[in-house]
Each structure stands twice: as structure tokens, then as C-alpha cells.
Design a protein around this ligand. Structure first.
Ligand SMILES: NC(=O)c1ccc[n+]([C@@H]2O[C@H](COP(=O)([O-])OP(=O)(O)OC[C@H]3O[C@@H](n4cnc5c(N)ncnc54)[C@H](O)[C@@H]3O)[C@@H](O)[C@H]2O)c1
Length: 266
């Protein structure tokens, strides 16, 4: 091969062209909590990159709209109503993916809820449900896709944690515990699955402008902005852009990591 036409690793420069567009062409992804907010932005970004998608959520209208958006980008998509905290629902979601597309390459565990209150007032059911949806839901989905990814000897899992799981936050003991749990889960499963060619990472968003944060009182929002060096809330696409990288071949050697996307807050 002529020296000028190869890079240092002997890869022909010509090969780069195919990597510039549609990096995810032919890949199949599942996005949980894809009915709105960050999940919808992730689904549309993966579609832009060429992936076909199962969009899942407990909100049937939200997922129909997202799936429609994915199809308008020229990709295939099915909306599947599933509660990540219910094992039978998760099985149905993954079965549907295999029936429709024959495989699953990418799982984005994005579904999540909050039930905020101070410890002394926190009801046991608010503790239980947040742990069940956020942490056990992530476990359920990872468990369900892993056997398919192991057979392929390739797969990408990205779990959505939170800055709160690292920093803590008054009034969010349940949520912070669930998100800290997701970080431990991510790091452990990354070690288990690395020899099988499956990368498992987490993203810890700071405060992102979605319905989850829009319910904050105006004053609390103003105080929050002062703590963000970039002086703005994040956008769903700030998270989706990080996902774009973590599910692409460009991040082949990255696993067990928590990527912080927070405008400099931490
Ligand atoms: N918005 C933020 O500031 C922020 C910051 C850090 C982390 N996060 C995390 O990002 C993820 C997405 O958050 P968002 O801001 O888009 O929230 P959102 O409330 O706008 O969207 C969450 C989606 O999850 C779905 N969902 C809830 N319970 C579910 C269940 N049991 N099974 C399946 N789907 C379910 C909801 O219907 C909704 O469509 C969550 O995990 C959240 O904890 C958000």
C-alpha cells in the first residue's frame, strides 16, 4: 500500500468516508422512557445516525409520536408499551425487538421517575417505587438483552444516571440512591460483559430542561442556574450527543465509565 494513502495504523484513509455518515446503519436499538424528554431526543438522534428502533415507555401516545418521528427520518420503528419495573413487560419489549428486527445491538436505559421529599416525610412507597423503576428497571432491561448481545459478541448499553447520584441532593434520597446504584451496576456489569464484546457505560446528566425539571419552582430554578458555570440548563440533545458517541465504534475501548454532562457543575 502506498504510504500516503494509509494512516499510521495502516488503515486506508478511504475507509474513513464510510464512517462519517450513518455510523449506526444496520444497528437496532431499544430506548426506554422514549415517550418524551431526553429519551425522545436520544431516539431521534440514533435514527439520524441510521439505527432502527424500538421506542418503549408507559405512555402510549408519547411513544407513538416518537416512533413516527423516527420513521420520518427514514428508519424503521415500533412503539412498545412497557413498564421497565415489570419483568414480563421487559420480556415483551425485547421479544418484540427480536421478532421485528432479529437482534438488539444497543440498549439505552433512560426511563426514570422522581418522588421528592425530605427523609422524615418520605413515604415508604415513594422510596420503593423510585428504586424499582430507576434501578431495578435498569437491571431488568440489561438482563433481558444480554443473552442476545452475548451471542453476537457485540453490544452497547448506556444507562442514564444523574449528577445527583454522585453529589447527593436534599429531598431526593430515593432518587439519588437509585442513580448511585445505577453507577455501581454499570461498573459491575461492564466488568462482566467486557470479555463478551459488550460495552456498558453511564451518563450522569446535570440539570436538563425537560418536564422532570420544569416542575421546579421558579426560585429554585434561578438558584440552580447560579450553580451551573455555563449558566444554562442542559438540553436533551446535549445528552443525546454523548449517547451518539458512546454507541458508535469510536468508543470501542471505553467501558465501565460515567460520563458527566453538566455544564461544569461537578
Ligand atoms: N431532566 C433532568 O434534569 C435529568 C437529570 C439527570 C438525569 N435525568 C434522567 O434522565 C432520564 C430521562 O429524564 P427526563 O428528564 O427526560 O424525564 P421525563 O419525565 O421527561 O421522561 C421520563 C420518561 O420515562 C417514562 N417512564 C416513567 N416511568 C416508567 C416506567 N416504569 N417504565 C417505562 N417508562 C417510564 C415516562 O413516561 C417519561 O416518558 C431519567 O432517567 C432521569 O432520571 C434527568
Amino acid at each position: 500500500m502506498e504510504a500516503a494513502k494509509v494512516e499510521k495504523n495502516n488503515e486506508p484513509i478511504e475507509n474513513r468516508k464510510s464512517k462519517i455518515e450513518n455510523k449506526l446503519e444496520g444497528r437496532v436499538a431499544i430506548v426506554t422512557g422514549g415517550g418524551r424528554g431526553i429519551g425522545r431526543s436520544i431516539a431521534l438522534t440514533l435514527a439520524e445516525e441510521g439505527a432502527d428502533l424500538i421506542v418503549s415507555d408507559i405512555d402510549p401516545e408519547g411513544i407513538s409520536e416518537t416512533a413516527e418521528g423516527v420513521r420520518s427520518l427514514g428508519r424503521k420503528s415500533q412503539a412498545v408499551k412497557a413498564d421497565v419495573s415489570i419483568v414480563a413487560d421487559v420480556k415483551h419489549m425485547v421479544d418484540k425487538c427480536i421478532a421485528e428486527f432479529g437482534k438488539v445491538d444497543i440498549l439505552i436505559n433512560n426511563a426514570g421517575i422522581t418522588r421528592d421529599s425530605l427523609l422524615v416525610r418520605m413515604k415508604e412507597e415513594d422510596w420503593d417505587i423510585v428504586l424499582k423503576v430507576n434501578l431495578t428497571g435498569t437491571f431488568n432491561c440489561m438482563k433481558a438483552v444480554t443473552k442476545y448481545m452475548m451471542k453476537q459478541r457485540k453490544g452497547r448499553i448506556v444507562n442514564i444516571a444523574s449528577i445527583v447520584g454522585v453529589m447527593g441532593n436534599a429531598g431526593q434520597a430515593n432518587y439519588a440512591s437509585s442513580k448511585a446504584g445505577i453507577i455501581g451496576l454499570t461498573k459491575s456489569i461492564a466488568k462482566e460483559l467486557a470479555p463478551r464484546g459488550i460495552n456498558v457505560n453511564a451518563i450522569a446528566p446535570g440539570f436538563i430542561d425537560t418536564e422532570m425539571t420544569r416542575s421546579m419552582p421558579e426560585k429554585a430554578r434561578e438558584e440552580l442556574l447560579k450553580q451551573i458555570p455555563m449558566r444554562r440548563l442542559g438540553l436533551p440533545k446535549d445528552i443525546a450527543n454523548c449517547i451518539r458517541f458512546l454507541v458508535s465504534d469510536d468508543s470501542d475501548y471505553i467501558t465501565g465509565q460515567v460520563i458527566h454532562v453538566n455544564g461544569g457543575m461537578l
